[in-house]
Design a protein around this ligand. Sequence first.
Ligand SMILES: [Zn+2]
Length: 81
Amino acid sequence: MSRAAAYRPKCRTCERSRRPTDLMCPRCWALVPEDLQREIYRTVTRGSARQSDAWTAAVEKAVAIVEAALKPQSKPEEGPA
Ligand SMILES: [Zn+2]
């Protein structure tokens, strides 16, 4: 049994573990808009740690959307009234 098989990576936006082949846990991934999910699948380089700028940009966008969605909904509007 290799070390890699026991490796349990964390979701990019929360503390839950995800599958090594996934970017996020299923809950966070579900918050990513479908067109952005498709963009990530389309631009990913399989079998390589090196990813394209297009993929990195799409992932950063997805992470920002999920992080915004996960924030507590305490204030309904941005900035002072
Ligand atoms: Zn997550």
